[in-house]
Design a protein around this ligand. Structure first.
Ligand SMILES: *Cc1c(COP(=O)(O)O)cnc(C)c1O
Length: 406
């Protein structure tokens, strides 16, 4: 439908904050000639660690590769299982399968879209090695109980913080950034859909120097000497390859861009928190809508603003109605277990005895909140440059879509 609104404006779901300062920043590596992992990566790591309050930060090519290295580093291998959420971007579960291990999915708490800690213990078996929790859509998950279970059962905790840069949790009475990390390792993404971007890119943080060293080996082919070390040495150095590594490096061009983005992050978080509060206020009176809930001990960066539709509203119709009027939306977060890539028998488990769970492909009765969230929620536009007027327009279009369903 070619409405007048349609030609007048288009409101995307997300938009990166890029300007002349990123263009200036990437001139540094382009001028110096050091374009892959080098001094800019080193500086980006230091600045990132300082921002999240981490002892160590190691840059890699994406959050997906960060998750892979995190799981490998805590020893996840074929025959192991890792407890995680199906209701996440597919990279979360895929990273477990890269290690030859089995993702064991537990359901979410509907209000936060995050893993329900009460379901974890029942999913633990003698093969469980780690818990891979997700701070979904930027909302900190319930780390306290997750870490307590992990400590009691001697499991590693890896945090998928892809969406959560700049989010905070109340930890022993003070606010701390997600990614300190509170578990053993945290993994971040710099994909353009996240708060700051390097095109593609990722970061691993940890408090453990040995774990950090392992990341550095693994991201660079398992090579014992870094390019930078060799370059700055006046002695001829020859490297060895002690473990099976990968090429998961971030480039210095990306890191230069990341350093510029990092400087903008406090303002980005502040603006997103303002806009999210404004959404909550503007939409409070829409009948039967369920708005996202920020727990008292969490400060969300609102990487994504996702709402549950009134029961009578069809997800696809609402999205089409809004798109016809120039407002882009997305479906709620996917469920990995419903994708074709997860239809093979041994691709995943829901943590219950196989005989107890004989659900047909594409559904699981132990993951009902995950499936409900995917089918009954939509993502509304939220980006730093969004004006109050843009936001008012989104809300009125959304309200119209809900009324249209009556
Ligand atoms: C975006 C995202 C990823 C993947 O990040 P990449 O940097 O694109 O690899 C992983 N997990 C979650 C929860 C994400 O949202």
């Amino acid at each position: 439908m070619a409405t007048q609104e349609n030609t007048r404006k288009f409101i995307p779901v997300a938009k990166p904050v890029l300007d002349q300062s990123e263009i200036e920043a990437i001139k540094r590596p382009l001028t110096s000639g050091w374009v892959t992992q080098g001094p800019e990566v080193e500086a980006f790591e230091k600045e990132f660690a300082a921002y999240v309050g981490a002892r160590h930060a190691c840059a890699v090519s994406s959050c997906t590769t960060a998750l892979h290295l995190a799981l490998l580093t805590v020893g996840v291998q074929p025959g192991d299982s890792v407890i995680t959420a199906s209701h996440s971007f597919i990279a979360t579960a895929n990273s477990v399968r890269y290690c030859g291990a089995l993702p064991v999915f537990v359901d979410i708490v509907p209000e936060t879209f995050n893993m329900d800690p009460d379901l974890i213990e029942a999913a633990i078996t003698h093969t469980t090695r780690a818990i891979l929790c997700v701070h979904q859509l930027g909302m900190p998950c319930d780390l306290g109980p997750i870490l307590e279970i992990a400590r009691n059962k001697s499991l590693f905790v890896i945090e998928d913080c892809a969406c959560a840069i700049g989010s905070e949790i109340l930890w022993h009475n003070s606010w701390e950034k997600i990614g300190k990390p509170h578990g053993d390792i945290a993994c971040f993404s710099f994909h353009p859909r996240k708060l700051i971007t390097t095109g593609d890119g990722g970061m691993l943080t940890t408090a453990d120097p040995e774990i950090d060293q392992k990341f550095r080996l693994l991201r660079h082919h398992g090579m014992s000497i870094s390019d930078r070390k060799r370059f700055s040495s006046d002695k001829v150095m020859s490297e060895t390859y002690d473990i099976l590594g990968y090429n998961y490096r971030l480039t210095d061009i990306q890191a230069a861009m990341g350093r510029s983005q990092l400087q903008k992050l406090p303002e980005i978080v502040k603006r997103r928190r303002f806009l999210a509060q404004r959404y909550l206020h503007l939409m409070a009176d829409i009948p039967q809508i369920r708005l996202p809930d920020e727990p008292d001990c969490a400060r969300c960066n609102w990487q994504t603003f996702c709402v549950y539709l009134p029961e009578r509203c069809d997800q696809k119709s609402v999205m089409q109605y809004m798109l016809d009027r120039g407002v882009a939306t997305r479906k709620g977060v996917m469920c990995s277990h419903r994708e074709p890539a997860y239809q093979q028998l041994e691709a995943w488990s829901c943590g219950r005895n196989k005989n107890e769970c004989q659900c047909p492909p594409g559904t699981c009765r132990n993951l009902t909140y995950s499936e409900y969230a995917q089918d009954h929620s939509i993502v509304l536009p939220l980006y730093t440059q969004m004006t109050d007027e843009d936001q008012d327009y989104v809300v009125s279009t959304f309200t119209g879509a809900c009324e249209h369903a009556d």
